[in-house]
Design a protein around this ligand. Structure first.
Ligand code: C2E
Ligand code: MG
Ligand code: MG
Ligand code: MG
Length: 284
């Protein structure tokens, strides 16, 4: 079962536990306590430049270490956090922690990544104070706006005028925006052209279809997204790369950047930092 869902390192729920967890209010309550008790951890998955082989950036991914249930995957609790509104304080913690971590890596290593990627839910973007919050975190941590990439889904972009204004304001500040899980939503190409996005992240489902070459449809989408990115002068990023054949074919298609278990899993900050720079700053 662990292999099926691709999250081999996470303990899956038993059916009875899953039923319990389906109780939204209960999960939300546990998550609220979990946040207060400091059970959340931020992991970082390297994003590589597929041409140079260097680590280009990394994506912050939240983990919940439940005292009884063990690791709970974000696929389980992020939807609940969104419905309950807990995503707002949770997301604030993620944003600040990720920026503090990049600042710490910059202080510790002579060579680091270009930016840290943070996933932001549409619910956070609807908060009136979100742009000010981002500005405050950057200033508190000593980062500049292009040290931060905010990952949003296509559905955020079409949420409404308020969210669009927020994304526009972030762009004007100099924060960069990546469209996550690209290819799975209802993309309007004209909207894409008008929208201040700097990267397209091809969804893993299309990468999965590449390995055996049997899935012509998914292969065609993967190739089309790379072309689209090139024509719009956006970065093309592929996520969920699990084998060498996928990597080679994606690079041939024009994906300059990629992340996946083939290169590195999401890692605790210290392990990600160790991969990032072999030379400590005080030595250089
Ligand atoms: P995402 O933003 O699309 O993140 C990529 C997901 O793909 C991560 O799952 C990552 O562990 C997984 N992944 C990367 N490479 C591979 C691979 O080669 N094989 C497989 N099987 N999986 C791979 P994760 O960490 O479980 O997160 C799932 C989703 O939860 C994320 O998808 C994102 O939508 C959401 N999420 C995670 N952290 C946060 C957060 O801090 N805030 C918000 N709003 N959402 C988050
Ligand atoms: Mg993401
Ligand atoms: Mg994604
Ligand atoms: Mg995804």
């Amino acid at each position: 079962a662990a292999k099926e869902n691709g999250k081999a390192s996470w303990v899956r729920f038993e059916p009875s536990m899953r039923q319990d967890m389906a109780d939204h209010a209960r999960l939300a309550g546990e998550l609220r306590n979990g946040i207060a008790r400091g059970e959340l951890r931020l992991y970082y998955q390297p994003v590589y430049d597929l041409v140079t082989g260097r680590m280009h950036g990394c994506e912050a991914l939240v983990r919940w270490q439940h005292p009884v249930r063990g690791f709970v995957s974000p696929g389980e609790f992020i939807p609940c956090a969104e419905r309950s509104g807990l995503i707002v304080p949770l997301g604030s913690w993620v944003l600040r922690t990720a920026c503090e971590q990049l600042a710490a890596w910059r202080a510790a290593f002579s060579s680091t990544i270009e930016a840290v990627n943070v996933n932001v839910a549409v619910r956070q973007l609807r908060e009136p104070g979100f742009v000010d919050e981002v500005a405050a975190v950057l200033s508190d941590t000593g980062l500049v706006p292009d040290d931060l990439v905010i990952e949003v889904t296509e559905s955020s972009v079409v949420d409404g005028p308020q969210v669009r204004e927020t994304l526009q304001a972030l762009h004007e500040m100099g924060v960069r925006l990546a469209l996550d899980d690209f290819g799975t939503g209802q993309s309007s190409l004209s909207l894409l052209r008008a929208f201040p996005v700097h990267a397209l992240k091809l969804d893993k489902s299309f990468v999965d279809g590449i390995a055996d070459g049997a899935d012509r449809g998914r292969l065609a989408v993967a190739a089309a997204v790379a072309q689209l990115a090139e024509h719009l002068q956006l970065k093309a990023v592929a996520e969920g790369i699990e084998n060498q054949e996928q990597l080679d074919r994606l690079r041939d298609m024009g994906y300059r950047y990629g992340q996946g278990f083939l290169m590195a899993r999401p890692l605790p900050a210290a392990e990600c930092g160790a991969l990032m720079a072999d030379v400590p700053a005080h030595v250089a």
